[in-house]
Ligand binder design. Structure first.
Ligand code: KIV
Length: 263
């Protein structure tokens, strides 16, 4: 069955968890969707796990389009979600639409943008022109230099209220998904309960509509210190397919993320 925005909305309403993973090529796109992953995120994390850069910032539009095309060729049912790249959409809603249109034409069904309530006008502009939007809030990696590192967001009451406001603004602007990265589980639960849009968490606890991880992290491939919210599913599985199936199962039965993966 083809996964659409309606499928995701229905799953969230019925309490069925959504499984998302990042994906950068056609072979993995086929493997992941056959293992039951509903959303393939062509994340700008490709800068780190594919290109070996230390942030997502230098990933170019052309590189994103190349990977979206690759993933779209391998995906028959899963939703393909393409990341908007740093510098290619923040200037104006018009600039964002031109960038989003190229990502959709490359084969994505939805685009993801980073930023809080101030980006809600852009979300609305895209949605009104036929581009479904996933709004990425909380720890937004394209702001690494502003945040001074990859830090948990929403720990103070003031910051938490700001993030709730961000989620509500994007939901009101018509976003199809709100993705929260590295926020306290309690805050993610409050947001999920206060908007009618499905929420996806990464380092946001279990009380969200679905989960996402970076593929290389959950396969134990990416070198360096493992973030708290990451589980290496390959450690116990005999194969890549087995690891992805365990991830999907753990998301669906809510055994992942556990308390040890949560802030
Ligand atoms: O680029 C990416 O992989 C992401 C995830 C961390 C959500 O944005």
């Amino acid at each position: 069955m083809k996964i659409t925005v309606n499928t995701l909305q229905k799953m969230a309403q019925e309490g069925q968890k959504i499984a998302m993973l990042t994906c950068y090529d056609a072979s993995f796109a086929t493997l992941l969707e056959q293992a039951g992953v509903e959303i393939l995120l062509v994340g700008d994390s490709l800068g780190m796990v594919v290109q070996g850069i230390d942030s997502t910032l230098p990933v170019a539009e052309e590189e994103m389009l190349y990977h979206v095309r690759c993933v779209a060729r391998g995906a028959k049912q899963a939703m393909v979600l393409g990341d908007m790249t740093f510098g290619a959409y923040q200037e104006s809603p018009q600039q964002a639409f031109a960038h989003a249109a190229r990502i959709i034409q490359a084969g994505a069904h939805m685009v993801k943008l980073e930023g809080g309530a101030y980006m809600a006008d852009t979300t609305r502009f895209l949605v009104e022109r036929g581009v479904p939007v996933c709004a990425h809030i909380g720890l937004t990696p394209q702001f690494v230099n502003t945040f001074g590192g990859y830090r948990v967001q929403g720990k103070s009451e003031e910051d938490a209220r700001r993030i709730v406001n961000d989620a509500k603004a994007h939901a009101a602007a018509g976003a199809s998904l709100v993705l929260m990265e590295c926020v306290p589980a309690e805050l993610a639960r409050e947001i999920t309960e206060s908007i009618s849009v499905p929420t996806i968490g990464i380092g946001a606890g279990v009380d969200v509509s679905g989960q996402v991880l970076v593929l290389h992290d959950m396969l134990g491939v990416y070198p360096g210190k493992k973030a708290r919210f990451v589980k290496d599913f390959m450690a116990e599985a005999g194969s890549i397919q087995g690891a992805v199936q365990s991830y999907v199962q753990a998301v669906k039965d809510k055994s992942f993320p556990a308390a040890e993966h949560t802030f």
